[in-house]
Each structure stands twice: as C-alpha cells, then as structure tokens.
Write a protein that binds this ligand. Structure first.
Ligand code: C5P
Length: 242
C-alpha cells in the first residue's frame, strides 16, 4: 500500500509560506520563484495586508493557494468564512481541529474543491507551552486526540509537526493528507520552531505536503533554496517507494 495521498509531481508538494508584510513583497517573491514553486500559503500577515485579493490572483493564474487563517469561531461564522475562501479559488484552508469547527467546515465544503485541514497542535508548542495554555497533555497526545477527531469529522487533512507524521499515518492510513510545517534543511536556523525535521525526513515519515517559510523566503537565492528542497522531496519519495 502506498502511504502517499499527495500529488505525483514532487514540486506540487512544496508549499511556500508567503510570510511577508505586503502584496508588493509577495509579488517580488513569486516572481523570483517563477516556475520553481506551484503552491503558496497566505497566512495572517499577508492576508491582513491585502493578501486575499493577491491570493485570488495567484489562483486565477493557475497556482494552488493555501489560506492559513486557522479559523476558530462559532459554527455559523466558520461556515460563512469558508464559503468566501472557496469562492476565492483556494485549494486548502485551515481550521483549528476542534470537532464543532471541523463539522461546520465539512458541511460547507460541498463540492467547491476547497480542502479543509485541521491544525492539530502548533509546531512552536512544546509540553511546557501546552501546560501553560491549560492542556494537561503532551503535544504527541494532543495530536493523536485531534487526528482521531479529524477522522470522525471527515475533514481532508491535518497540519502537524513532521515529528508526528509517522504516528498520524499509522492512525489515519491514507484517509488524511498530512501537511507539515516545521521544516528545516540541514544546517538551517530553527527560529521559533521547536519540532522540526529536514524535508527528506518529513517525506520519509509520511508527510504529503511540506510548508516552508523562512528557509526559502529569507534565502539569498529563494529559487535555488526551493529547488534544493524539491530535489530532497523527490529523493525521499523514491526511497519510500512512491
Ligand atoms: O518560516 P517557517 O518555515 O517556520 O514557516 C512555517 C509556516 O507554517 C508559518 O507560516 C507558520 O504560520 C505555519 N505553521 C506552523 N505550524 C503550524 C501551522 C502552520 O509553523 N502548526
């Protein structure tokens, strides 16, 4: 059985996080990356700086777009928010993996083509951070709990640390796409990420898509950095037999 639920072209598995302050900076980056990147993530920083129209433009140009606003609100508000994101042409959108929120998301997803990802536990959180936030669980326990909830609710995938990808694949089989941020090529600065692996190790652990921000967007040559990651993804896919 293949463990992959991801796309065939390794390049389509790299999602570059456009964590930049404004549309001008995003445009410069997308131009610099050219054909090396097909999939972009628009998160809070850019979305709140005019980035949703920019995201619509990317989708209109045939790029895939991941809107990462990590929705968590009453069901009615989440539904209407996701309806708007579906109209924008997004491929992925995130909600926090709370059952009520995930059920609302599944209800509105319909046949729009929008896929819903649940955020299990932020990759910047370790056990101490969870205790401080009122959770009496380790990050691993919380992730497992939320993966089972995601399966029950019927969403499309989860966002999780690459260190949890193997366990998630064991629990979910091919029924959830696994999207992993917290990726750091060998020797790269970890920044605030606490649970990281290299691109190759994330794929070997069963990740379908890798979200990469700073290692690409802060590189002196972003296209070369993206290409190196795609090569690593391709090698790891060959190793794992995809
Ligand atoms: O720069 P870096 O590669 O750390 O960026 C990772 C991206 O993935 C950021 O946009 C961050 O918001 C996002 N993300 C994450 N952890 C999650 C969900 C999303 O780091 N659990």
């Amino acid at each position: 059985m293949t463990i992959s639920t991801g796309p065939e072209n390794p390049r389509d598995r790299l999602i570059v996080a456009l964590d930049v302050p404004d549309v001008e900076a995003a445009q410069t980056l997308v131009e610099a990356l050219g054909d090396t990147v097909n999939f972009y993530k628009v998160g809070m920083q850019l979305a709140y700086g005019g980035g949703l129209d920019f995201a619509r433009g990317l989708a209109d140009d045939g790029r895939q777009v991941f809107i990462d606003l990590k929705l968590l609100d009453i069901a009615n508000t989440v539904k209407h928010g996701l309806e708007s994101l579906a109209q924008l042409g997004a491929t992925f959108a995130t909600v926090h993996a709370y059952p009520q929120t995930m059920r609302a998301a599944v209800e509105v997803r319909g046949d729009s083509g929008l896929k819903i990802l649940g955020v299990t536990a932020l990759t910047s959180l370790d056990e101490k951070d969870l205790i401080e936030a009122g959770y009496a669980r380790t990050p691993e326990d919380l992730v497992e709990f939320r993966v089972r909830a995601a399966l029950d609710c019927g969403i499309d995938g989860v966002v999780a640390s690459p260190l949890e990808a193997r366990r998630i694949r064991e629990i979910a089989g091919p029924n959830l796409a696994i999207v992993t941020p917290g990726i750091r090529p060998a020797g790269a600065d970890r920044g605030d990420q606490k649970r990281t692996t290299t691109p190759g190790d994330a794929i070997l652990a069963g990740a379908d898509y890798l979200v990469v921000g700073r290692p690409v967007i802060a590189a002196s040559d972003p296209a070369a950095a993206a290409n190196a990651i795609v090569d690593e993804i391709e090698d790891a896919l060959t190793k794992r037999g995809d």
